[in-house]
Design a protein around this ligand. Structure first.
Ligand code: GLY
Length: 415
């Protein structure tokens, strides 16, 4: 079987590397360039935003299954387009991807089905939002409605910051049509947990939990990033959270059924746990990054079989090893703002018992060069968080590229 994966970051490299273990799989094409591609994994380097180009590639390369990594093509209807041409695709249609594509839709869905979430209101204009800016006190959360590459959420400490957020969204129009309206939300304080689930029609099959480190600096300081570290299972997750999560999953299943939103793909639930009460912060309708880099190495069941079960709306028989995975992401200094790339990465051949997923690299003349803000995920699997943590940081000592930077406190628990 030949498989096309849309995207070519760390998440897609992890999906491809996991699928490559299945002997039924011949070629796995990544739609863009990934410096770590080798063996069955091949860089297609096509414009995946042009769905006709994608379909032509599928036909010319006998692709039997397409898996969509990032959210933007899902929101733009890539699944609808390819399914019309009778191609097998893993991912939601646009009408279900709206759970991630519109914050308002997601919050209204949660409210309608009694899913515990922060109080909120939604505004279409700057004037309306400004008049209600203080509704939830401070801090408050302001979210641009659409997909904003992870940059559309503002935690505002006071009215000045809140006004600034509204100005950026409505008056400066920095998110273009994705910022056409806002959700203003009560701020919740606690810890976050990521729960990825297979969706098979209107049934949900959860993975084990994960924890994502979003802030660029140690101690969870500085601006948000796409994620610079991850652990699975989430070490702060307890039985009391699991019980509430199970109730939430049942309510989501009811919603998917009643709203005719059945799909095959991933539902990634972003939880916030405040005083042991589980709230849903957001939905994503795709694999998380870097959560995927710590979840898939722990998968005992066969990923291709699980994907096919989801596509066929069958029971998804997921199984996990009883171990701990930890990832630290090596980034280019300056990320998530401006950074330089094109530096040679050395030391990767000296690593033992370490998984390396390439987030942003390029292979040129047999050299691997940094080619993004997030560059490499260094992942270790073992029977405890402490030993995974030690292995990851021992491995990082051996890796070098100019302007390499990383958090040294991934997996170091304060509480
Ligand atoms: N790790 C967060 C995300 O994938 O959006």
């Amino acid at each position: 079987m030949n498989i096309l994966i849309i995207g070519a970051g760390g998440r897609e490299h992890a999906i491809a590397s996991t699928l490559a273990k299945n002997e039924k799989v011949n070629n796995i094409f990544l739609s863009k360039h990934n410096g770590g591609s080798q063996g069955k994994i091949i860089n297609a380097e096509i414009n995946h935003d042009d769905f006709e180009v994608v379909e032509n590639f599928i036909k010319e390369n006998n692709v039997e299954l397409t898996i969509v990594g990032p959210e933007a093509p899902l929101d733009n209807g890539i699944v609808d387009y390819l399914e019309k041409g009778n191609h097998k695709v893993f991912g939601p249609k646009k009408s279900s991807a709206i759970l991630e594509g519109s914050k308002k839709f997601a919050k209204d869905f949660m409210k309608k089905y009694g899913i515990n979430t922060a109080k909120y209101s939604h505004y279409d204009t700057y004037e309306q939002a400004l008049a209600s800016i203080n509704d939830f006190g401070y801090p408050t959360v302001i979210k641009a409605n659409g997909l904003c590459q992870g940059k559309g959420v503002y935690i505002c400490e006071d009215e000045k910051q809140a006004k600034n957020a509204l100005e950026e969204i409505f008056l400066d129009n920095i998110f273009k049509d994705q910022g056409g309206s806002v959700v203003i939300e009560q701020y919740l304080k606690g810890f976050e947990a990521s729960l990825l689930c297979f969706v098979s029609g209107n049934k949900i099959y959860p993975f084990d939990t994960a924890m994502d480190y979003k802030k660029i600096y140690e101690g969870d300081l500085g601006p948000n990033t796409g994620g610079v570290g991850a652990i699975s299972p989430n070490p702060l997750w307890k039985e009391v959270h699991q019980a509430q999560s199970n109730q939430i999953l049942a309510k989501i299943e009811e919603g998917l059924k009643n709203e005719n939103m059945s799909f095959s793909g991933i539902l990634f639930i972003g939880y916030l746990i405040q005083n042991d009460e589980v709230f849903v912060l957001e939905f994503n309708t795709r694999f998380g990054d870097p959560e995927t880099e710590v979840l898939l190495p722990r998968l005992k069941s066969d990923l291709l079989e699980n994907i096919e079960q989801s596509i066929n709306y069958e029971e998804v028989k997921l199984d996990f090893e009883d171990n701990v995975a930890m990832a630290t992401i090596l980034v280019s200094k300056g990320y998530p703002k401006s950074y330089q790339k094109g530096y040679e990465i050395t030391g990767l051949d000296d690593l033992e018992d370490i998984i390396v997923y390439h987030n942003g690299t390029k292979k040129l003349n047999q050299k691997i060069l940094s080619d993004g803000g997030r560059v490499l995920s260094i992942v270790s699997l073992s029977d405890s968080l402490d030993s995974s943590r030690k292995s990851v940081y021992d491995a990082i000592e051996k890796i070098h590229f100019e302007n390499m930077s990383y958090r040294k406190d991934i997996g170091k628990l304060e509480n």
